[in-house]
Structures are given as C-alpha cells and as structure tokens.
Design a protein around this ligand. Structure first.
Ligand code: GAR
Length: 193
C-alpha cells in the first residue's frame, strides 16, 4: 500500500474537484528523491472528478466528501486526516471553501494554487476577467489558505504574458503549464529545499 513507502516524507493529502492535472503533477513530484512530500490520500467533493483516476493508477487511497452538510463532513474529514497523520494539505483545483474551524485545525499546513497573480483576481473566472481588463500579464500563485478566500500569505508566483489573440481557454492552458512548474517549487521553498 501507499503508506508502506516514503514514511520519512511529509504525509500529504491532495484535495481536488476536477481534472486533477495538478494532482498528477504533484504525484510525479512526490516520487522524486528531492521531494519532501509523500501523497497518502486524495480527497474530492465530486465522485465524477476525472482526477480520481490517479488514485487507482498510483494506488493512493481516495475518499469522497460531498461538503453538502459542511460542518458534518468537515468533522468526518478531519478525523480521516488525523487518523492518517496527514501533515500537509495541497488544494489542487478544489472548488469548495473550507471553514475557519477546519483551517484552524491545519494552521499553516494548507496550500492552494490559484490561476492568477494574487492579490489580483481572487475567486472564479480569473482569465475572463484578466482579458476584459486588458491586463498585460497574468499567472498563478501558490499561497497558504486562510479563512479569507484566496487571501493567505503568498509563497510563490509565476507570470505569463497576454498575447493579442488570446482567449481565456488559451490563457488557461499556458497558466496550467506554469502551475505545474510552480507547485513543486513552492513546496521545496516552503521546506527550505
Ligand atoms: C487550476 O487551474 C487551478 O489553479 C484552478 O483550477 C484548475 C484545476 O486544474 N483552481 C482554482 O480555480 C481554485 N479556485 P486541474 O484539476 O487540472 O489541476
């Protein structure tokens, strides 16, 4: 099982809602010698998340929490995380807002990747808003999760240039490439590696 190897690394849970390309990228990173993390658990609020296929592919435990009864689900989720001694949570395209109480339980141990140069363009539909405002640049940010949406301390960012013929889909693709470079770098930075 996944837990039997990498037991010196930081036990990490990745939370997803969709495609899971960042999850896949973090799994690839976790397998490298220099990686401080080991991915023990995948959490999703959506049983149809395409990213859940990586749980099967890489033999990682997965669990679904719908977050419909948020307080109840978060309580159950906290128990699952504590039972497995999870010490780091990486949100990777996770489209639910965690409560203040949940965040308090993992203070300074929840990271998120966001597709904009925070503090600009918090929330959803970032690329559409970037285009509408005729920005010259956009990018992505890895930051600590705090109770205020997309507002926790920034760990690292990467920038891309907006081109004349850009659409939000084209921007999303180029930003995602940068996200895959950024998340592992931000984790290394976090652990002074
Ligand atoms: C990524 O672009 C990520 O930054 C974004 O969702 C996408 C998930 O892609 N996250 C958010 O918008 C969080 N508010 P993925 O499922 O392929 O990793």
């Amino acid at each position: 099982m996944a837990e039997s190897t990498g037991n010196k690394k930081i036990k990490t849970a990745v939370f997803i809602s969709g495609t899971g390309s960042n999850l896949n990228n973090l799994i690839q990173f976790s397998k490298k010698k220099k990686s401080p993390i080991f991915i023990n658990l995948i959490i999703s609020n959506n049983p149809k998340s395409k990213g859940l296929k990586f749980a099967k592919k890489f033999n990682i435990e997965k669990k679904i929490f719908y977050f419909k009864r948020k307080t109840f689900d978060e309580k159950k989720l906290l128990k699952v995380l504590k039972d497995r001694k999870i010490n780091l949570i990486c949100l990777a395209g996770f489209m639910r807002i965690l409560s203040k109480n949940f965040i308090k339980n993992f203070k300074g141990k929840i990271l998120n990747i966001h597709p904009s140069l925070l503090p600009k363009y918090k929330g959803l539909n970032t690329h559409k808003r970037v285009l509408k405002n005729k920005e010259k640049y956009t990018g992505c940010t890895v930051h600590f999760v705090s109770p205020k949406l997309d507002s926790g301390k920034i760990i690292m960012q990467r920038k891309i240039k907006i081109k004349n013929q850009d659409t939000s889909e084209k921007i999303a693709k180029r930003v995602l490439i940068q996200e895959h470079k950024l998340y592992p770098k931000a984790i290394l930075k976090l652990f002074n590696l």
